[in-house]
Write a protein that binds this ligand. Structure first.
Ligand code: GDP
Length: 338
């Protein structure tokens, strides 16, 4: 039985990957900080209690060494991160401690304790930030545009460096936005799916959003964790873009999610004055400066042909279906809460 250690196990990707690896017969060690925030995901996916909980703080080297010595994992998947771009503008140093130096601690501990382990680092499309709207591949230059992305850039190159310098089986997934009902509500898609569901049920009046023109390549997270596992089964480690290749604006996501809740929107006004109204003229969406970022990535589009060819991986869930399944899950949650 293979042993996998997943850091950040209570996040979206950690919980889906736990489910996948348990189904494959792995012994799954789920590492996270103390407290119970996020346990609901493991619960909803039916894997709470089957994941062996391990306390691990990515800020503490001796803690990481202890865990690796005890678990002796065959595979490590690193999702321990401050994962929200906007927060990184408010907490750039903490973000670097976790997202950059945290990965140095983990890699260094792995090199000393279990150098044969297969290691996955969750890199991000945000590394491509300011490189224009053409689809990004593994060879595209990087230009990070947030403290989050700058920290992730260090972690990316350090993972590559441990592969090259020490021959470790260390791989990076260059993950484009991947969403699901397990997404945190601070992210655009989940904020909107929950708002659409609540507005439909009369529990909320309207939702405030930021820049409606940003374009993202949005896929379904459940399918992305499968590609991560495939990466670690390859004879040689490497880096792979994981993306759908299709981009949509924030505005389109809002429209699709509201439509899935049975609310057809029409737009009025421009810029910060723009609003989304329903057929009866009620304002359901407003734009607020609060959700604009000091520097924005206008468009992200990925070319996952390497993953398609080498891993036989292709995303299945289309944009509209993704928005619909997220709204449906939030509707159901609201009904169960009653
Ligand atoms: P990110 O791509 O990792 O930053 O994921 P997010 O889901 O946080 O943001 C996706 C895009 O939606 C970014 O371009 C945001 O600027 C944009 N956006 C517009 N309005 C909002 C909002 O109200 N909340 C969030 N989180 N993002 C928004």
């Amino acid at each position: 039985m293979k042993k996998a250690l997943i850091t950040g196990v209570r996040g979206q990707d950690g919980s889906y990957l736990s489910q996948l690896l348990l189904a494959k017969g792995y012994e799954v060690y789920g590492a996270d900080r103390s407290g119970d925030s996020g346990l609901w995901r493991l619960r909803e996916l039916g894997v709470e209690g089957r994941v062996k909980e391990v306390y691990l703080d990515i800020l503490e080297l001796s803690n990481i060494i202890d865990v690796l010595e005890r678990v002796q994992p065959d595979e490590i998947y690193n999702f321990a991160a401050q994962s929200f771009v906007q927060t990184s503008f408010e907490q750039p140093i903490l973000t670097a401690e976790i997202n950059a130096i945290g990965v140095a601690r983990l890699l260094e501990a792995a090199r000393k304790v279990c150098a044969e382990v297969r290691f996955f680092q969750s890199s991000t499309a945000e590394l491509f930030g300011g490189t224009g709207s053409a689809p990004k591949g593994e060879g595209t230059d990087f230009h990070p545009k947030s403290p989050y992305a700058v920290a992730k850039l260090y972690a990316h190159w350090l993972t590559v460096n441990y592969r090259e310098a020490y021959g470790m089986h260390a791989s990076c997934g260059l993950l484009f936005n991947h969403e699901s009902p397990m997404r945190g509500e601070e992210f655009l898609t989940r904020k909107i799916s929950m708002a659409a569901a609540k507005i439909k049920k009369g529990l909320q009046e309207k939702v405030l959003v930021g820049n409606l023109e940003c374009r993202r390549d949005w896929g379904y997270a459940k399918e992305y964790v499968d590609a991560m596992w495939r990466m670690l089964q390859q004879p040689a480690a490497g880096d792979y873009v994981l993306a759908t290749g299709e981009t949509h604006t924030v505005r389109e996501f809002v429209e699709e999610a509201f439509a899935a809740a049975g609310l057809r929107l029409r737009w009025e006004g421009k810029g910060l004055q723009e609003r989304g109204l329903d057929a009866a003229g009620r304002v359901l969406v407003e734009v607020s400066k609060e959700f604009y970022r000091p520097s924005e990535v206008d468009c992200l589009s990925g070319d996952a042909s390497k993953a398609r060819a080498a891993l036989d991986w292709r995303p299945q869930t289309r944009f509209r279906d993704l928005a619909a399944l997220m709204v449906e899950a939030d509707m159901k949650r609201l009904e169960e809460r009653k």
